[in-house]
Write a protein that binds this ligand. Sequence first.
Ligand SMILES: CC(C)(COP(=O)(O)OP(=O)(O)OC[C@H]1O[C@@H](n2cnc3c(N)ncnc32)[C@H](O)[C@@H]1OP(=O)(O)O)[C@@H](O)C(=O)NCCC(=O)NCCS
Length: 188
Amino acid sequence: MDNQSIDQDTGQAVECEVRILTGVAPEDVESLLDMAAACGMFNDDELSTAESMVWDCAYQGESDACRFIQARTNDTGGDSLAGFLCYGALAHWPDSFELIGISVTPRLQRQGIGSAMLAEMERQVAARGGRRILLETESARAFEAAHSFYEANGYDREDRFLRQFIPKEGGLVYRKDFTSEAPERQPQ
Ligand SMILES: CC(C)(COP(=O)(O)OP(=O)(O)OC[C@H]1O[C@@H](n2cnc3c(N)ncnc32)[C@H](O)[C@@H]1OP(=O)(O)O)[C@@H](O)C(=O)NCCC(=O)NCCS
């Protein structure tokens, strides 16, 4: 994907490239956890869960329960993290997957990077025979941008009780159902 970033020193727009890739290496762990903490949308429990998931994926490899997709950019000269997404299969519900967390670095938001990571996750889920993706977010005002983002990407708010996915108090569930045919991959 061709994107634009804003140079922190000059305020000028900088052309950059963003690549979407799967997996996480040990050297990616710190930047990924820093991004999760900096976005301010994950509470302490969620951050500590993210920490153990990312270490497990980096050192023991990906599992059905947890896979990472990264967006990487060259906008600051070298290769750096532009965003990440974590998803996994729901235990006991082989056709259902959960989007566990997603974040894009603020300087690169609203350029399609979050949507490109979602599209890659959906392609992978469909290739694994998945029929739906569920996610939990919160109803608080701070999450309104995330609601708009999910809705713009075809996720519907689920108002019914789903026995495979019970949100915590104040939690909101979104879902997207699709056939087993893989969605088109976004141009990169
Ligand atoms: C939510 C998030 C991942 C979106 O990533 P992104 O790369 O900026 O999203 P995209 O550029 O793919 O946005 C696609 C569409 O979603 C909607 N959208 C995205 N961000 C939005 C915002 N801040 N306000 C309103 N709509 C928004 C828009 O319709 C947008 O299309 P447009 O830019 O053409 O109008 C990013 O804002 C983020 O990291 N936020 C902080 C972490 C977070 O909230 N995670 C989710 C917790 S539940």
